[in-house]
Ligand binder design. Structure first.
Ligand SMILES: [Zn+2]
Length: 244
């Protein structure tokens, strides 16, 4: 039993170590692309887009002001000419020009108004986004911290497991350990199996000779003739399955 128990516990620790390693890999991958961080990055990008759009819109509105002022001047110019017009034909031509100038000014003013409305809408979006940012940033920080904490805890678990495994290995005979290492790697993490159905190998199902079953009952170190796994009494296997 002195050799059997450490072997079984070592096998258990080996399995947990594999699991922990997988957990660490998964967490490391999760850390690369966390949901809240992705949302924050998207919000920052939207913010940048809005900044640019607002900047362009303001420039367009400034240009519309210039256009409206120029149109007003042209209008006043035509108005003055109209007042000093000589012939009816000249009068008619100037009236037509004045109307066109008015129409252009009105259209430009209405375009300018539309731009200002759009700017208003964008400014509101910008403000709303700005208010959301601290919350998004907080959520992303929290997500990262929590994942990092879980990762740290898993790394600690792994260190403890490795230490535990070293302690167990120290009490197992080198030749047995060599066989165990070979089996755990080529037999799907099961180097030690319980005797099942009173006389069968729990690994490959081989029916064992009476003599071998007796050796197992006496807690001797027995290997299956077929799969080479160490076979132990079911009770010994169950009792040792729970790590101390
Ligand atoms: Zn077997």
């Amino acid at each position: 039993v002195d050799q059997l128990k450490p072997l079984i516990v070592l096998q258990k620790a080996f399995g947990r170590n594999c699991e922990t390693g997988r957990g660490i890999t998964e967490l490391e991958q999760t850390l690369e692309r966390m949901e809240a961080s992705v949302q924050l990055a998207e919000a920052m990008k939207r913010m940048e887009g809005l900044d640019q759009e607002i900047h362009d819109l303001k420039a367009a509105i400034r240009q519309k002001y210039v256009d409206v002022e120029a149109a007003k001047e042209r209008e006043a110019d035509r108005q003055a000419l109209l007042e000093g017009a000589g012939s009816p034909r000249e009068l008619q031509a100037l009236e037509t020009q004045l109307k066109a100038a008015q129409k252009y000014r009105e259209a430009t003013e209405s375009e300018s108004l539309e731009l200002e409305e759009r700017l208003d809408g964008l400014t509101k979006q910008h403000k709303a986004l700005l208010e959301q940012l601290p919350r998004l940033r907080e959520a992303a920080d929290q997500e990262r911290r929590s994942a990092e904490e879980r990762l740290e805890s898993l790394c600690r678990d792994r260190e403890n497991l490795l230490r535990e495994m070293e302690t167990l290995r120290a009490v197992i005979a080198p030749s047995v350990l060599r066989e165990f290492d070979r089996l755990i790697n080529c037999r799907g993490g099961m180097a030690v199996v319980p005797l099942v159905g009173d006389s069968r190998c729990g690994g490959c199902g081989l029916a064992l000779p009476m003599l071998v079953v007796e050796e197992i009952s006496d807690n001797e170190l027995v290997q299956c003739e077929c799969c080479s796994r160490f076979i132990v009494r079911e009770q010994v296997f169950e009792d040792s399955a729970v790590s101390p």
